[in-house]
Design a protein around this ligand. Structure first.
Ligand SMILES: Cc1cc2nc3c(=O)[nH]c(=O)nc-3n(C[C@H](O)[C@H](O)[C@H](O)COP(=O)(O)O)c2cc1C
Length: 200
């Protein structure tokens, strides 16, 4: 591929996807139909604990992040696994239709899972909207905004004089001349192609 970064021009937002027992940050969300109960899809990596939960549960919620979001929400849900920590310990949620939704957000959408499409790395979950609320009509955090402001939001720094590879999704820093071909980000799980070289 000549330059995969063009895919970032597809407008996407930043959401916390939750379901009973866990959740994670996602950007791969699309509204795929309109009407009273629109269909919404979300692609979730198979290695994520949230994927396991979504195969057991029948609902998910998407909480919409605004640009003023408390970055701890993104760090907690996007850079940790519920396999290792309790993500709900320090982040306030309320329960809607049996699904925890993030209080500090612009609002939420709760969907009933009606279909799943499996591929090698991800499952595409398709949900029918059954409940939604808008708390605050202010600017959403687009994925493009997140990418542009990620370093200051996440306070990513790299050590002087060292060759660093920085994950363009979560800001994880790997030191070394080359990234192994099968390297996966230990924080957010993406592959080598989503790392950028930083030479200080
Ligand atoms: C900005 C951002 C966007 C992300 N987008 C997705 C996504 O669309 N799909 C996905 O499966 N993971 C995505 N992730 C990674 C998951 O949030 C991350 O792997 C999380 O730690 C999984 O937690 P879990 O094991 O508790 O499910 C994203 C992370 C960040 C920081």
């Amino acid at each position: 591929m000549k330059n995969k970064k063009i895919t970032r021009k597809i407008s996407q937002g930043v959401y916390v996807l939750t379901t009973a027992g866990g959740g994670c940050v996602v950007d791969a969300v699309s509204q795929i139909s309109a009407g009273d109960n629109p269909l919404i899809s979300v692609a979730v990596m198979k290695k994520n604990y949230t994927n396991e939960l979504l195969h057991k549960n029948d609902k998910f919620a998407l909480s919409v992040m605004g640009i003023e979001v408390n970055v701890e929400i993104i760090k907690t849900f996007g850079m940790n696994s519920m396999r290792d920590i309790n993500k709900f310990e320090n982040i306030q949620t309320i329960e809607v239709e049996g699904v925890p939704v993030i209080e500090d957000s612009l609002g939420y959408m709760v969907c009933e899972i009606i279909d799943k499409i499996e591929n090698e790395t991800h499952t595409l979950f398709i949900g029918k909207l059954i409940e939604a609320d808008l708390y605050e009509d202010s600017d959403v955090m687009t994925y493009a905004y997140y990418q542009e402001h990620k370093d200051e939001l996440l306070k990513v720094t790299t050590e002087e004089g060292k060759t660093a590879w920085v994950c363009t999704v979560c800001g994880y820093v790997y030191y070394g001349e080359e990234l192994p071909d099968d390297f996966k980000c230990p924080l957010c799980g993406v592959g080598k192609d989503l790392f950028e070289l930083k030479n200080n």
